[in-house]
Design a protein around this ligand. Structure first.
Ligand code: G3P
Ligand code: MG
Length: 249
């Protein structure tokens, strides 16, 4: 298993509290505040081009109607992913994964690429994202963490680049998590912070996996999770949460 040093606080969708999520501005915002790692979501256009985007639907982040999966790259490139957040971000684009990785590397950030396939595109999303990521990411840098709720996407990542660490995303507790963790040979278990008990955290720790929790924007919750044994958290306001957990050991 690849050894990987994951910070206690990872910027969520870049730094979603300060800039429009999953944009280059959001990655820069995280870097500007000295955050070490960012998490971003990866989806495929209809013509198989990977972009950073979270929702299956375009409306919330771009104001456009319809499904992300039904648009070609050219159409996605024309959308405005900034104005929903604030006028100062008007014109911010839905970034290509390729461009986002260049910024992540230029800014010296570590990355968690969450494969977020549109329904039915689980394998293709992993293939296209990892084709690009493995081409761009320097071999002498610690690799990105590849995570997903989709077991098919994780299985595809494992087949394509077994040496890159994988993270299993869990929302509701999964009775068969041990089987999945073993089969997918994951490095991290990424849990919903609002939907986990301290006993479950202990179970995950006993499996000797790194435990990360999403999405934590309150200092008290971050401290409590870390007291339970969680190794790191994803946050929209990573600067605030880092300050809150800095003094913990
Ligand atoms: O990867 C952690 C977290 O981002 C998972 O949930 O919905 O914010 O992508 P979501
Ligand atoms: Mg995500």
């Amino acid at each position: 298993m690849t050894s990987l040093i994951i910070p206690k606080v990872i910027g969520h969708r870049g730094a979603k509290g300060y800039a429009p999520e999953n944009t280059l501005a959001s990655i820069h915002a995280a870097a500007d505040m000295g955050i070490e790692w960012v998490e971003v979501d990866v989806k495929l256009s209809r013509d198989n081009v990977p972009f950073l985007f979270h929702d299956d639907d375009l409306e919330r982040c771009t104001g456009a109607a319809g499904a992300f999966a039904k648009k070609d790259a050219q159409e996605i490139a024309e959308l405005d992913a900034g104005s929903h957040f604030g006028d100062s971000f008007i014109g911010e684009k839905v970034p290509l994964l390729e461009d986002a990785l260049e910024v992540i590397l230029d800014r010296g950030l570590g990355a968690n690429l969450e494969l977020k396939p549109c329904p039915g595109r689980e394998k293709e999303t992993a293939e296209a994202a990892l084709d690009i990521a493995t081409r761009i990411w320097p071999e002498d840098q610690p690799p990105p963490l590849i995570s997903s709720f989709s077991h098919v996407s994780l299985e595809t990542a494992m087949d394509m680049i077994p040496a890159w660490p994988r993270g299993l995303l869990i929302d509701d507790y999964l009775e068969n998590w041990r089987d999945l963790v073993a089969y997918l040979d994951v490095h991290t278990i990424n849990i919903n912070a609002d939907n986990v008990t301290p006993e479950q955290v202990v179970e995950y720790m006993e499996a000797r996996k790194t435990v990360l929790a999403y999405t934590v924007n309150a200092a008290d919750q971050a401290r409590m999770l870390m007291e339970w044994g969680v190794d790191g958290v994803f946050s929209d306001v990573p600067d605030e949460i880092r300050e809150a957990v800095e003094t913990l050991h």
